[in-house]
Design a protein around this ligand. Structure first.
Ligand SMILES: Cc1cc2nc3c(=O)[nH]c(=O)nc-3n(C[C@H](O)[C@H](O)[C@H](O)COP(=O)(O)OP(=O)(O)OC[C@H]3O[C@@H](n4cnc5c(N)ncnc54)[C@H](O)[C@@H]3O)c2cc1C
Length: 431
């Protein structure tokens, strides 16, 4: 039985480990934290359960397929429910618009803006769905093992059909005129820390996926998915070792065979790293000859996503809002440009997530959990240093802005049970 070491028990590490274990490998995960999940972990405090990273479940089939692949019924591991409306959008002038996966509802919402833009919205859907099928069948569901798998006439022709040349915002602008509708279809690139004003138009696939496949909630919050994956992996006979800080992937004769964790050598036949790619190249691959083109300099110069500033609040009152809420600032473009020009947004757009609206297991009775996410410039490539003082100042700034919003005001003014669990989460993805 071949022995595999997986570095990291994030979602990708756990999903890979389950598949490998199911295929007869003897898998051990080495995780530096004391629990699974990586960015999908949870903080428990005063009866509140805060998901600290991901919150929006799209493409539920992908979550379920992992359990089916491993031979069990996903329903025995995660309970998913459809979220409706998917998102509540509030614009700077107070105009509110719900994004729904019900086409009847969406048509009415858009017709209230204009019939021309409603037609444009439907044309956008038809166009992006066509591109989605190409992306899925020719790229996402395919393995590219050698250069010729990609660089061949058929694949290159399909890549051209993806029309990735214009940016996301401009491509939406070809279909709809209303600025609110444009923002409502473009802001989703920020989910992956990319500007809609420079990120490729293919990212407008995200609102299409939300509409056509729905948005879901996993009972207990996102962390339930990480725990369910951990459970399935252990049932299959896998092992997880916590508090293991891997410091090196040891490569001998071009083959990664061992790792050094907590100063000890651990051997395996195969190593799979779930750590962020730039971090792994800088820290885990020591010899330059194995870094190849990914030298320190090159890794440093890669393009990084924006980061997220997060505030987690436990409220002593209920808050009658949707599960997912987006508040747009009056100058969205300037706000987004700030993120990629290393300017702290002074009038930011932000996202409020409130799972206790629909799940009594994440907050004490009669109380509400709020997760507030503000996109900010990339933390590691910034002139700003997130000292305690700087963080608190920005937190107060954000809460003051929120308190001026008509529908948030009264709740923030009566805020008594505020928890001191704000923190920065770095999203350091190469794009
Ligand atoms: C604020 C925020 C909001 C998000 N919202 C959404 C959302 O709504 N929907 C969505 O689908 N996605 C969302 N995402 C993205 C999603 O969370 C990530 O894509 C996903 O969790 C990444 O999983 P991963 O396994 O690749 O990496 P990680 O979760 O980072 O896992 C890596 C693991 O490796 C471990 N590790 C790293 N180095 C070592 C080492 N040297 N030794 C041992 N262990 C190590 C880490 O501790 C960690 O457990 C969000 C992300 C953030 C940060």
């Amino acid at each position: 039985m071949k022995k595999v070491i997986v570095i990291g028990a994030g979602t990708a590490g756990l999903a890979s480990a389950i598949r490998l274990q199911k295929n007869g490998y003897d898998v051990t995960i080495l995780e530096k934290n004391e629990k699974v999940g990586g960015r999908m972990y949870q903080i428990e405090s005063n009866g509140f359960k805060f998901d600290v990273g991901p919150t929006i479940v799209m493409m539920k089939d992908i979550y379920e397929e992992l359990f089916r692949y491993s031979g069990v019924d996903p329903k025995d591991y995660i309970q998913m429910s459809r979220v409706e409306p998917m998102l509540s959008l509030t614009f700077a002038d107070g105009y509110q618009m719900d994004a729904s996966s019900d086409l009847v509802h969406m048509t009415k919402t858009h017709e209230a803006i204009s019939e021309k833009d409603t037609q444009g919205y439907l044309a956008y859907l038809a166009d992006i769905y066509k591109r989605y099928l190409i992306a899925k069948n020719d790229f996402i569901d395919r393995s590219f093992r050698k250069p010729s798998d990609f660089y061949n006439p058929k694949t290159l022709y399909q890549a051209l059909k993806l029309k990735t040349f214009s940016n996301a915002y401009d491509s939406i602008g070809k279909f709809v005129d209303d600025e609110r509708m444009r923002q409502a279809l473009a802001f989703q690139t920020l989910y992956i820390g990319v500007s809609p004003y420079s990120g490729p138009s293919i990212y407008t696939i995200i609102p299409m996926i939300e509409l056509l496949y729905g948005v879901y909630y996993i009972k207990g919050g996102m962390y339930s998915m990480a725990k369910a994956m951990e459970r399935r992996f252990l049932e299959l006979g896998g092992k997880i070792l916590f508090n293991q800080n891997v410091s090196e992937i040891v490569i001998k004769d071009k083959i990664a065979e061992d790792v050094i964790s907590n100063h000890e050598m651990i051997t395996a036949d195969l190593i799979l790293s779930n750590a962020d790619f730039p971090y792994a190249m800088d820290n885990l691959i020591k010899e330059n000859k194995y870094k190849k083109k990914y030298t320190y300099k090159r890794v440093d110069k890669m393009e990084y996503s924006s980061s997220s500033f997060l505030i987690y609040l436990g409220m002593n009152k209920k808050y009658p809002k949707a599960l997912h809420n987006i508040y747009f600032t009056s100058n969205f473009k300037e706000n987004v440009n700030n993120l990629f020009e290393d300017q702290m947004p002074l009038d930011p757009s932000f996202y409020v997530y409130s799972p206790s609206q629909i799940d009594e297991s994440v907050a004490p009775e009669g109380k509400e959990l709020l997760y507030i996410l503000v996109p900010v410039p990339n933390k590691h490539h910034s002139k700003h240093t997130w000292t305690k003082e700087f963080t608190e100042k920005y937190e107060n700034h954000v809460l003051n802005i929120m308190a001026k919003k008509k529908d948030l005001k009264i709740y923030l003014n009566i805020l008594k049970l505020k928890l001191i669990t704000h923190q920065m989460i770095l999203k350091k993805n190469s794009i």
